[in-house]
Design a protein around this ligand. Structure first.
Ligand SMILES: Cc1cc2nc3c(=O)[nH]c(=O)nc-3n(C[C@H](O)[C@H](O)[C@H](O)COP(=O)(O)OP(=O)(O)OC[C@H]3O[C@@H](n4cnc5c(N)ncnc54)[C@H](O)[C@@H]3O)c2cc1C
Length: 559
């Protein structure tokens, strides 16, 4: 989206894309099932979308970012159709169909069946190919490169070609970080597995300011398969609950009555995911530590017509979604935290921009389902515009060659004899799940921080044997280094936030505190991190001035 927007406003601008996976076939956008939140038709409005986003975020959002999201989303969704050729599902009168998602006061989720991400990614990729935008596939960014003599400015990135093992230092006037966050550092995760929080790790390394890192979202319904199987955690999307699906524990109880009797299954993700986790912790889950989602009462035809992708996935995994309950578990899904941006996607480092899940501020303490892909596309476009404007007329500054040499040497140092990365990653995932997950407490977090420190040291000493070309074990060492670094960046602010808010729940501080309306910022100082609480700025709406409005449990259902 950034590349398209940049080319549109400055046709001559030189762009290079680098993707760790395959072009158009990697990342989480492709996995988007449910859809894209946008207020298109009265009586819904951008104001309603804004209010839901703030309520969902427990009022700790950057309101300017949230407003930018909701107010640009209508134009962005239209451009996805008219410029890129997406074709979203229609109502009989030809208008775009919008379905119900949790935590929203109107049905506003635009979709293409339940395979929305494939539609968006394929159509956008086609447009990039058509415009001849060059793309390096299976090239991972291993470091951001500061300008020579100016560590506060980024002048490019060091890329590693995974196929050949060659390094390329790319010199750029503007660099966009859009590696998609992705909490794959938890035992159960819904995200694309090539994601390893690289963007956040290299941005922190370069001195970028991060915020809201303690806010990790868990989705309530990841499919449960065999123990240790990577596919466990793959998602059943929120539209199932929006359409009237029931969540039940092993006793057959609709357990949401205990946690949010008004909104039930349509409560926000943080509440629903924690509820399922609590049922399991308190012994009302299944022997495999799951609960159930049941949509069979909606009718076989309805389920197959509206949720074909998920019905097929369930069938592949041995479940009959339309015919009975499917065993599910909470699954790590999304990072609200990341690199703090302003409304032009600028970071505190000149020349460095961020968008999508690498960026922070829009969602506050909890992202609404459907606001993720809206966030990536809206801010992707904005980043492209801002970068093209900034690049025009500004000089190309040389990068610091010493940083590039050091980063290359560090990456190459991961080859040879030493501990395998896999036990380190397994230990990290288990630790994060148990102690920095859906329900946290001070002593566990302190323990986790110490254990993460040890895992970081082990990751620094981990090695991969074999040659350099297409050595996936080597890539996994680099991954686990980044994941252990980011684990610490999650645990530290989680200790700092001594209250419960949105996705961050502390059993030792279960209340949301009135004085908790701050964001925790974190940045590197030498090898350590400096944390700072900054009060939320209510630039558009104070919580006490919010209209009572329509309750977030809208009663309408998808048909
Ligand atoms: C299963 C699933 C379902 C979802 N459903 C919805 C939904 O219905 N609605 C919604 O709004 N949101 C949904 N989300 C969230 C949504 O997918 C994300 O918010 C959004 O797609 C993130 O977009 P992005 O561009 O930031 O990152 P991504 O789309 O993940 O792209 C990141 C890209 O960066 C590349 N990359 C990673 N590391 C590096 C590196 N070191 N160097 C170079 N390249 C790198 C990756 O290969 C990838 O191509 C879902 C997420 C998942 C996992």
């Amino acid at each position: 989206m950034a590349a398209l927007a940049a080319r549109e406003i400055r046709p001559g601008v030189e762009i290079l894309l680098a993707v760790k996976g395959l072009f158009g076939k990697s990342g989480c956008t492709r996995m988007v099932q449910g859809g894209y939140n946008v207020a298109l038709t009265p009586p819904d409005s951008v104001e309603n979308h804004f209010l839901d986003t703030l309520r969902g975020g427990a009022w700790s959002n950057d309101q300017e970012l949230a407003w930018t999201l909701v107010s640009r989303a209508p134009e962005c969704v239209r451009r996805l159709e008219t410029v890129c050729g997406c074709f979203f599902d229609r109502n009989p009168d030809g208008t775009i169909h919008q379905k119900a998602f949790a935590g929203q006061s109107f049905d506003r989720t635009v979709h293409k069946g339940d395979l929305t991400g494939i539609e968006i990614t394929n159509r956008v990729s086609e447009q990039l190919m058509r415009r001849g935008v060059p793309c390096l596939e299976e090239h991972r960014a291993v470091a951001l490169l500061p300008a020579r003599g100016d560590p506060g400015r980024i002048a490019g990135a060091l890329l590693l070609d995974i196929r050949t093992s060659e390094f390329t230092a790319v010199n750029a006037k503007c660099t966009l970080l859009a590696t998609g966050g992705g909490p794959t550092l938890y035992k159960i995760s819904a995200c694309a597995q090539e994601l390893s929080t690289d963007g956040i790790a290299i941005a922190w390394e370069a001195g970028a300011e991060l915020c809201d890192m303690e806010m990790v979202q868990f989705h309530p319904t990841g499919v449960l398969t065999g123990e240790g199987l990577q596919i466990t955690g793959t998602l059943l999307e929120e539209g199932l609950r929006g359409a009237g699906g029931h969540l039940k524990n092993a006793l057959g109880e609709r357990y949401m009555a205990r946690y949010d009797p008004e909104r039930m299954e349509r409560s926000t993700r943080d509440v629903v995911a924690r509820a399922g986790y609590t049922e399991i912790l308190e012994g009302r889950g299944t022997p495999r530590r799951g609960v159930f989602i049941d949509v069979s009462h909606l009718g076989r035809d309805f389920v197959w017509r509206n949720f074909k992708g998920m019905a097929e996935r369930c069938r592949d995994l041995g479940y009959d979604l339309a015919g009975g309950p499917v065993e599910v578990t909470p699954t790590a899904h999304y990072m609200m935290g990341g690199v703090k941006i302003d409304t032009r996607c600028r970071t505190n480092l000149a020349g460095l921009f961020a968008a999508g899940e690498d960026s922070a501020g829009t969602h506050g303490a909890n992202r609404l389902g459907g606001n993720g892909v809206a966030n990536s596309t809206v801010f992707g476009e904005i980043a492209g515009e801002a970068m093209a404007e900034e690049a025009e007329g500004s000089p190309l500054l040389p990068f610091d060659p010493e940083t590039a040499r050091e980063a290359q040497a560090r990456a190459l140092g991961a080859l040879g004899r030493g501990e395998s990365p896999y036990p380190i990653r397994a230990a990290l995932k288990e630790l994060m799940w148990q102690k920095v997950g859906l329900r946290r407490n001070g002593p566990d977090l302190e323990d986790a921080l110490r254990a993460i420190g040890t895992l970081r040291e082990r990751a620094a000493g981990a090695r991969a044997e074999g040659g350099r070309a297409y050595n996936l074990a080597w890539q996994n060492v680099l991954d686990v280094r980044n994941q252990t670094a980011v684990a610490e960046l999650i645990a530290r602010p989680a200790i700092e936030r001594n209250e419960s808010r949105g996705s961050h729940h502390r059993d030792d501080f279960p209340q949301t505190r009135e004085d908790g309306l701050y964001n925790v910022f974190i940045r590197r100082a030498g090898e350590a991190s400096v944390l700072e609480r900054r009060p939320v700025r209510f630039t558009r709406l104070r919580p006490e001035d919010a209209p009572a409005g329509r309750p977030a449990s809208a009663e309408s259902f998808v048909d």
